[in-house]
Design a protein around this ligand. Sequence first.
Ligand code: PGA
Length: 222
Amino acid sequence: MIICANWKMHLRLSEALELCKEVQHYGNLIIAAPMPFLSLLSSNYSQIKLAAQDVSMLEQDEGAYTGEVSSYILSSANVKYAIIGHYERRKYFEENDELVILKAKNCLKQNITPIVCFGEAELGQDPISALEKLASNLPQNVYYAYEPYWAIGNKNANMEQAYNNLKKVIKYFTHSPQTKILYGGSVNSQNVKDFKNITGLDGLLVGSASLKINELIKIIEA
Ligand code: PGA
């Protein structure tokens, strides 16, 4: 099972280095660290697989685009994955599927695997309708992270509903053997065991629980 730690806008550099020191030997771990840490983490801990939390939508590799970071630049810092279209990017930066598709394609151009996030906004909505546009515009060799919006950062999320929806998502991809499926939304060391029995699930995207070393190790080891 792949565990992708999504650190969001958390941790100072010294804390990130400390955490990486403890988990560097876990081969199934991907760390999505804040952008300025990526290069240093890569040179200090060469075994750790790193993800960016975003990438530029521009198709240019380089240019006068202040603030943008292209997939070309990320790949030069040994970044192998990028989280794209996370709920928080959609909510606070108005990212939509069109933009997510552009960003994911930019990643693939540089052999960076996009971890494309999607999910339904409200409990009870169909998860597949949030997926169709993405899946019909992207090739099979991407990772999808199914993250129901209502389950992100919500200790009281209805996990039963999340499991049921996740099974629908897995079924949707039955004929896409190259596609990997992750689940994200309130995963912690208590509920991680429930995901182990879901056939076809390749990994978990973990937010707040990935910031505490003991909690993260318990999740990886589970
Ligand atoms: P959470 O975040 O684990 O804190 O719910 C998951 C995510 O936003 O990717």
